[in-house]
Design a protein around this ligand. Structure first.
Ligand code: IVH
Length: 672
């Protein structure tokens, strides 16, 4: 049956209601991170509005949520003068300089208590957003502070931007446009596939995105914003904390971590906290901003030509730096992979001195055209090993020279082999000492057999004293052999022997992982152990059986079969078994169905392959528990699309986070 067409009068009302509903849900989703309806239900609302607007095109207004990406590609950006200058901030880099800032303020207000609003300094692009009569009107970039570019059509595509405000006053909100790390990585992956140059950091990517001429393309980028200033008919509220409240009341996105501080000590604690936790955020912050809270105080302090005297930024140590490549060395890994490492002129990066950086493989050196003597931009994010982002070609003098990738192993001088289609060259000598060293370190590592004390220095001594030639030799070590080694005494030797002895009882999953089979990481090892329950059964398995395991593909299956076919590996297993290692997991056999016993899970965001109820049932069937609030004791947070604030909390507590496919890998064979 056809729906009866609406009268125009009814359509006006319906359209108004739909716009209000959509605006409400956009705010819940994009600003509050707290969706109230499913994506599907939300899409239905938008589709219904679109349909009505098609029927009654004269009812379309620029503020309709359907019009975010309505504009045609631009010719360029018009230059617009700011209503009042957009000042920059003075910087300081240590507590002493911050105290000096405080001293200057106290001199003006010797007997007044000064409050400070401490905010995160978002590493993005400053913008001013203007509303006339409650309607989104214009957005201008900071530019030189006096004039900026009109990027209205592009900013309108950002979903957290309110298109209408509940006021008739003229409103100007100022803040920062940024690109979340998640979008930044996605964009760079796409660019890599297309062979386009990569963005060096989220800030550059945001700057490039806001200057795209086609708003449709901008909408795909995933930009977002935080606002921190607001003027109502040109005036601010009595304090910065009230300004932030006004922004929130108007449904702007403000940063949730701002803090009103009653002393500089509190500001310093805030700085310390965020310097440590900045990697838990999905956006880049390069410091904090400290603002005298009272607008009266601000006005009395005034500004210089460039900076306000009432605010300052206290920068975090930089994560990117430029330095020179002094040399390139080759490291040999556990699988014999030859990895080039850049030896750098030491440079300070986020508080630590960096003198090496991985170059990954020969292809990477070629792709980035990295030469010895080059000046390069390096970057460290989180606890990740520093990497070379790009070569600064303009700094070349002509004295740089390309690196010739070796055709032999630098440790044992056997030939190196570079299989077609693979990124790395490998040493072909099965008893290359470098391989043994790395294999042993992997075997003993915390996530494998967890043998504390069997680190770099001792492995080096065990090998050079011929005490260990193969991994199982560690189980024949005696106190007499250890006691004379450098920095070992009777106590530390006995501790090491005890640790080695205890490793015999590790579960089968750890042992499988410790063997260092190519492409078998911790999770795959767990899936193999759960399926086969013993190393011997695994060793006998063929490709077909292996391929039945969820997430074991042909590459892993072939690698496993290949590993257990090698005579030296058969010998290795024989000797480990003789040493008394745990080859069959009794616990695993008994608790076959209880893979997740004792583990707690949080679900956040929308999963695509399971409903929330299905995921909960699977976890419970496997002995796990689904809980609703994150704590440091939570085992895993499973993240779907558009996750809520629990994700951030999990990050800040260091709880392990799994996306949907990692979750599937974890539940592995139990869910087919
Ligand atoms: S206040 C007059 N607050 O940092 C006050 N700026 O290096 C000016 N920024 O141009 C800005 N986060 O683009 C302020 N919480 C924050 C900020 C912030 C980032 C940017 C802003 C400014 C630049 C100065």
């Amino acid at each position: 049956m056809m729906n009866k067409p609406l009268t125009k009068q009814k359509a006006v009302q319906k359209i108004k209601n739909l716009r209000q509903d959509i605006q409400y849900h956009e705010k819940k989703y994009y600003v509050d991170n707290d969706p109230q309806i499913s994506d599907y239900e939300f899409d239905l609302l938008v589709k219904e509005l679109e349909k009505l607007e098609q029927e009654f095109p004269d009812l379309i207004t620029p503020e309709s949520p359907t019009q975010r990406v309505g504009e045609q590609p631009l010719e360029g950006f018009a230059s617009v003068e700011h209503s009042m200058p957009m000042l920059s901030l003075d910087n300081c880099y240590n507590a002493q300089e911050l105290r000096e800032f405080e001293g200057r303020i106290k001199k003006i207000f010797p007997s007044e208590k000064i409050e400070y609003e401490a905010e995160l300094k978002i590493d993005g692009l400053g913008i001013a957003i203007i509303y006339r009569n409650g309607k989104f009107f214009q957005t201008v970039t900071r530019g030189d502070g006096i004039r900026g570019d009109d990027v209205t059509a592009n900013v309108k595509t950002i979903k957290s931007l309110p298109l209408t405000l509940d006021t008739t006053q003229d409103v100007e909100a100022r803040g920062e446009i940024y690109l979340p790390f998640s979008s930044f990585h996605r964009i760079n992956q796409e660019r890599e596939k297309e062979g386009e140059p990569l963005f060096a950091n989220p800030r550059n990517a945001a700057a490039g995105s806001i200057r795209l001429l086609d708003p449709k393309e901008v909408a795909q980028r995933g930009l977002d914003m935080f606002l921190y200033s607001v003027f109502l008919d040109g005036k601010e509220k009595a304090s910065q904390s009230e300004n932030l409240d006004v922004l929130k009341r108007f449904h702007f996105k403000t940063n949730p971590h701002s803090k009103l501080c009653f002393s500089m000590e509190e500001v310093l604690i805030f700085y310390q906290k965020w310097q440590e936790q900045r990697d838990s955020l999905d956006y880049d912050v390069d410091g904090i901003v400290i603002k005298v809270n009272s607008t009266r105080h601000q006005t009395l302090l005034g500004s210089t030509a460039k900076f306000p005297r009432w605010a300052i930024s206290f920068k975090f140590p930089a994560r990117q730096a430029t330095t020179k490549i002094k040399d390139i060395l080759i490291q040999v890994g556990r699988t014999g992979a030859l990895t080039p490492v850049a030896i750098l002129e030491p440079v300070k990066l986020s508080g630590i001195t960096i003198s090496r950086s991985t170059l990954h493989n020969e292809g990477e050196i070629k792709k980035k055209d990295i030469r010895i003597g080059d000046t390069v931009l390096i970057e460290r994010s989180g606890d990740v090993i520093p990497k070379v982002v790009s070569v600064m070609r303009e700094k070349r003098t002509g004295k740089e020279h390309p690196f010739l990738f070796p055709t032999e192993c630098p440790v044992c001088h056997a030939a190196a082999f570079h299989p077609e289609g693979e990124a790395v060259s490998r040493c072909t000598n099965p008893s290359c000492p470098a391989k043994l060293r790395e294999s042993l370190l992997h075997y003993a590592s915390r996530r494998a057999m967890n043998i504390e004390g069997l680190g770099d220095a001792i492995v080096h001594q065990l090998m050079s004293n011929n005490l260990v030639k193969h991994i199982p030799d560690i189980y024949n070590l005696r106190i007499e052999g250890l006691i004379d080694l450098e920095r070992m005494g009777p106590k530390s030797s006995q501790n090491l022997l005890d640790e080695i002895e205890q490793s015999k009882d590790r579960d089968v999953a750890r042992l499988i992982f410790a063997l260092g089979i190519r492409f078998v990481g911790e999770r795959t090892a767990q899936a193999l152990a759960t399926h086969f329950k013993s190393v011997d059964t695994l060793a006998r398995a063929g490709c077909e059986e292996l391929l039945q395991i969820q997430d074991v593909g042909p590459k892993v299956a072939e690698s496993v079969v290949f590993f257990f076919d090698q005579p030296e590996n058969i010998e290795l297993l024989k000797r480990l078994k003789q040493a008394g290692l745990n080859f069959a997991d009794r616990k695993g056999l008994e608790e076959g169905g209880k893979l997740l016993a004792g583990q707690t899970f949080i679900l956040t965001g929308k999963l695509s392959r399971f409903t929330r109820e299905e995921a909960t049932a699977i976890i419970q069937n496997l002995g796990g528990q689904v809980v609703s609030s994150v704590s440091s004791k939570t085992s895993y947070v499973i993240v779907g699309e558009a996750p809520g604030s629990k994700l951030q909390k999990a990050r800040s507590l260091g709880v392990q986070i799994l996306d949907e496919s990692q979750f599937q890998e974890l539940i592995g064979t139990f869910y087919k």
